[in-house]
Every structure is written in structure tokens, then in C-alpha cells.
Write a protein of this length. Sequence first.
Length: 234
Amino acid sequence: MNLVFFCISAAILVNQVTAASTSVPSLDVTDAPEKDFSGTDPPEKDDFNIEKISSNTGYIQISWNYTGGKDVDHFQIITLRIDNGVVIHSPIINEEEYTIEDLRTYTEYRICLIATFEDDSEEETCEEMSTLPLLSKDSILAIVILIIVILLLIIISYCLAAKKKRDYEADQLAEADEEAEKDENLKNGESNGPVPAGQPKSSIEEANEIPYITPPVSELSLDDRDIYHRSLQL
């Protein structure tokens, strides 16, 4: 029984080494042939926790954590661009963090992490991630808000300038009317213009106090002269 188990294990190991030396690891986990793990525990996909740390328009930074019991020799990242099938292979990685660069803006990628263990076995886990667009939704919203604020400032500035212009023109028109009124008063002999309200009139302006000015005697008629001389005699 032990001999049968040993033969099966040896056949599996030879098959894995041959496949690793002749082909690139498959990007599609579902299409990979099932392996016979008779007598051994198959690796669990939950042993790898892969997540995106950050991304931009041209790169994706990922990290992962291996919680299995095997000793990992190294990692490798294979990135598949979903829309055209272009594949990017990373170098050998000995850390649990990597930045995939030179990616296309706002594009979906299938990122596969391949772990090679010290017994030359491999484990693959994949996640779909994407780069960011040149303008994200938050950026577009911020630009729209900024444009609205600028338009409001322009409208308010225009209204204030128009009001200031109207007030200036009204002041100029009032001054022009006042000057025209003064000129009209000068033409009519009213040099001083109308007396302001509340200002007392001079004594000469009172009708009952205006003295009677007698014309020269030479300009009086004979009857008026006679009356004038009689008044002097009195």
C-alpha cells in the first residue's frame, strides 16, 4: 500500500515539474486541470488574501498575505489586460507587496498572484482590478462646483458694477439738473436762487416793510407836483 502511494506521489511531482518547465502558468483558474491530491491536503485559496492598496491612472499597487502552512520560495505577478489579452509578467518577488506600472488609463485587468513553494508546487489566486480614469466622479463634481462658484462670482461682480454705474450716472444727472436750474435762475435775475426752507427772510423782503420810493419831482405831472408841495407844507 505504501508503494502504491509513493508511485502516485512521484507521478504527480514529475507531472508538475514538466508542466512548469514547458508552459506559463494559466491565467484562468477555472480552466486549469484538476490535480490529484491523493494522500495530501490540497491548497486552500483562502490562504491568500490579495487586495488593492492604491491605484492611479497608470499603476495598481497590491498586497497580499499568505496564511497557509507551506514555506513560500517566491511570488510572481501575471497581469492580463482583459480587453485585448496583453499579458505582463513581473519579476520574481520575495515580498508581499508589488506595484504594477505602465498600465493603461481606466482599464480592467485580471491580476494573478502565483506562489511557488519550496517543494516546487505552485498556487494561483486572481482578482480583477482597474486603473482610474483621468477624471474620476469626485474630480468631475469638484470641477462642476468650481465652475458654478466662478459663474456666481462673475454674475455678482457684474451686478455690483452695473449698480455702481447707475448710481454714478444718477449723481451726474442730478448735478447737471442742479447746474441747469442755477443757470436758469441767473437768466431770470434770481442770482441767489430760492430761499431754503426755514431760513428767515430779510426785512426788505417783507412786503409790508418795503419803503415807498418817491420818483423825482421833474417826472411828476402838474397835479402830482401840487399834491407833493402841499404835503411838504403839512
